[in-house]
Design a protein around this ligand. Structure first.
Ligand code: AMP
Ligand code: MG
Length: 403
């Protein structure tokens, strides 16, 4: 059986092998957050476009500034002022942060190190050339590539695009991810379940996870545990860029997902992973589309999505698969688990002291959504560990939606 790292790598390898350039759409800067860039962005001019002062102070010739010495102040330059005249020898000019340093001047002395005396300025210490000045073109030359295809647009990337006037950005379209739950016991969330039925919460959590991962969820509802109904709805799902199913992948008589997919022509790369919860997870390619059969117990569905589906969505958008958000924490309570499988236990990490501390939460197994709603991470218990003592370092997989 594959470890979760091997299974995840298998997903990544298979998607890379089949990678096609993503469909592209022009998006306003204001709408670009979280999208993956599909173009190069270049500077429209040099940055900074003029020699820029980084301080409020006085623009000077550095060699004319001596400790205790005085220079005549001949004017003032504000940010945004047009500056054409050069600084006369033996003088200085008051200058503000962000303003253009005049020709002739080669340094700015911050105001805190000066004293104003009438029309003159007395300096407390010597200055050196280049001090508090960012030279024209030192951040970027004109036409320089500053953002490249595959980059994720966060606030800094968007600000950089804004700086160079790239108001519309060609971005990868969010891949459409079909979500299909299965099970005769499952009713839609706005229906009233019978005594032995349950509401379809998995489609809701999966839709949220697809959004966070950068995809667009396409809700296909629920398929009954019958070959015809499953087959029909899977066919519908295969029209999208990827298909995620929940339930119907265990060993039960009515767990039909794998056999129905097989009949349609799916090629499988794994149908079990050495983890708990989430062991019977299925990954295959069907008609060129990635298909994931996730176990139906809600916490299993959530964990396996994060481990195996999220990286596929990154790759479908032309980005690299992001690494898992693993963090190291100090275990606050001893734990004992059956060895052989990597366990992902609902847990809470707190940052009260100098190192993060993690505590597993009481839970009733992989159906216990309430336990997960109290958790902000999964404590990762390695397959080869049966007992972990208080104070040991452990890995936690952060829930990136709430932390
Ligand atoms: P399965 O993987 O099909 O054996 O499902 C395991 C268990 O997960 C079922 O007994 C249900 O309690 C639960 N379950 C399955 N599908 C859903 C769903 N869509 N929403 C919430 N719980 C589900
Ligand atoms: Mg089922």
């Amino acid at each position: 059986m594959l470890s979760y790292e091997q299974a995840r790598q298998t997903v990544i390898d298979q998607l890379k092998k089949r990678a096609r350039p993503p469909a592209v759409v022009g998006v306003s800067l204001w709408e670009g957050l979280g999208l993956v860039l599909a173009q190069e962005v270049r500077t429209d001019r040099e940055y900074p476009p003029f020699d820029r002062s980084t301080r409020d102070g006085y623009a000077v010739r550095a060699k004319e500034v001596v400790p205790g010495g005085k220079l005549k102040c001949v004017g003032e330059i504000k940010a945004g002022d047009t500056v054409r005249e050069s600084l006369e020898p033996g003088t200085c000019v008051q200058i503000m942060t962000g303003a253009a340093v005049p020709a002739g001047a080669d340094a700015v002395v911050m105001i805190e190190h000066t004293q104003r005396e009438g029309d003159g300025v007395r300096f407390e210490r010597a200055a050196h050339p280049g001090q508090s000045v960012v030279l024209r073109g030192s951040e970027a030359v004109a036409g320089q590539t500053i953002l490249t295809p595959g980059m994720r647009l966060g606030y800094a990337e968007l600000a950089l695009a804004a700086q160079v006037g790239a108001v519309t950005l060609q971005c990868a379209k969010r891949p459409r991810v079909a979500i299909l739950s299965t099970g005769d016991e499952v009713v839609l969330v706005d229906e009233t379940p019978g005594e032995f039925q349950i509401r379809n919460s998995n489609s809701v959590s999966l839709a949220a996870q697809v959004r966070i991962a950068g995809g667009e969820p396409v809700i296909l509802g629920n398929a009954a545990d019958r070959v015809e109904d499953l087959g029909e709805k899977i066919e519908r799902g295969l029209k999208e860029d990827a298909l995620v199913l929940s339930g119907g992948v265990s060993m039960g008589k009515y767990d039909l997902v794998e056999s129905v997919l097989k009949a349609i022509g799916a090629e499988f790369f794994f149908d079990a992973v050495a983890i708990r919860p989430g062991k019977p997870t299925v990954f295959g390619i069907c008609r060129g589309k990635p298909v994931f059969g996730l176990p139906g117990n809600p916490v299993s569905t959530m964990v396996t999505f994060e481990l195996f589906v999220a990286p596929a969505i990154d790759l479908l958008r032309g980005a690299e698969a992001r690494p898992l958000t693993l963090l190291e924490a100090r275990l606050a309570e001893a734990i004992k688990e059956k060895p052989g499988l990597t366990h992902f236990l609902p847990a809470r990490v707190e940052w009260s002291g100098s190192t993060p501390e993690v505590k597993p939460l009481r839970w009733q197994g992989s159906g216990d959504i309430a336990a997960l709603a109290k958790a902000n991470c999964f404590l990762v218990v390695p397959a080869d560990r049966e007992k972990i003592e208080i104070g040991e370092r452990v890995s936690v997989l952060m829930r990136k939606d709430v932390v």
